[in-house]
Design a binder for this molecule. Sequence first.
Ligand code: SF4
Length: 470
Amino acid sequence: MRDLWRYPFLPAAHAEIEKMYPRGQLESQLEKLLDDPLYGEARALAVERLNAAVADRMESLGTPVDERDEEMYLLSYLFSRLILSAQADTKVINWVGVTEALRAERTLKDEETSILLYVSKQLGVPVKVVEGKFQVHYTAYLTATKNLRTGKWKLVNRGVVDGKVMLDQRTLVRVLREIVVEHLQDLPELPGKLGKKVLERFSNDMENMQVMAKERQERALRELGQLDFGKAPPCFSGHLADLQEGVNLPHPARFFLTTFLTALGQEPEQIMELYATAPDFKESVTRYQVEHITGKISGAEYDTPSCSSLISQGVCPGGNALCREIVHPLSYYRTMAEREKPDGVKRKRLRLAAAGSGDAKLWAQLPLKAPADAPPRSLAAALRADGPSRVSLQVEHFRGRSTKAGGKYIRWASARLADDTSPSLETLPLTQWELALPLAHAKSRGESVEVTLLPVKLGNQSRLHVLAVS
Ligand code: SF4
């Protein structure tokens, strides 16, 4: 077949490379090829190929202009496999596998029938054209679709006749993509000496690829619409961090992440991007799971599990102070959104949390933002000052609370703060948990914390109004 460079993963492409060496000697020559100046271009192209795949810009690779160029393309694929095997970075391997397979799928969609038949055969799926469709033996179909055994991919839904399955071109190409991904992610183990040499030669390039894989992961996170990770509960943040670190997440944790993100308005495609760097990422399986859970193919959208379910499934890592006031991870997210409410609503909720005590003027004029230039003071000096001060304090007591008002819950906290210049004083209600949580954290660790505060009178009692915590 001409144009083998388009499909360098085919056995025929490998055979082309082997022709350049006396039979069976390619393996023993690999170490030399890593240094040979003749192959500098192919090595550079291999790095460029991997970079393009990790960064999802395969179109930037260009196409070979002559036969020698095509040879370099084939060799570059061989070098790229060596580099991937040696560095064993799951994120990089998964991105490369998925992006290269998608590129192959795009190319195959426009191929003539004869090329499709050839590529299918090479990939272990012999196909015959019958009445404009592609006929595959059911055993080959089952092997090729082992990760797609649901819904329309099930053999019973394909209409098997005489042991044969009929596929249209689009479906056949999709099946071939499965095989290509599997092949690309199945890397050979390199002999110790060769692996060491590849590592030495390409260590800088590998570091670059890892940085790019991280950037792609971060981009996937940014593309998660308006989602504010600062509001997410520990169960979400912890598992998301694990996912990014390449830790294998058990199914209940993935189910939770998917339903949580869906409830916050994320699309299946965005969620897929997030999973793409998981070490056991299988595009088809993950896509099916995500689309099933989000209701895209099942028609039934699954709800985010409650805290009690997540605790019993081992998904809850142990909550924080806010977790003790809620029963559902989505309540956590909504409670953390207090800061986005209009100032009038915030003041009203503060007053309700304080059970209406204090005069109306206090609540109407209460500042809600910390000035950037609040001076550092001791607590005793801060109590005498007219404006806000920054004070380093110990948290003597912290308590989360829930108040039902107007049919809705207000989750808030109170704390007693002190330094060695003043006895401890209670705070005004803390309805913004981004202020309350660092105080709870400091209390549990016995650490001091810097608080921007304003002394206020609530009835005849002095209270500390917390404006910022750092
Ligand atoms: S208590 Fe609930 S919200 Fe908090 S970490 Fe556990 S499961 Fe998540």
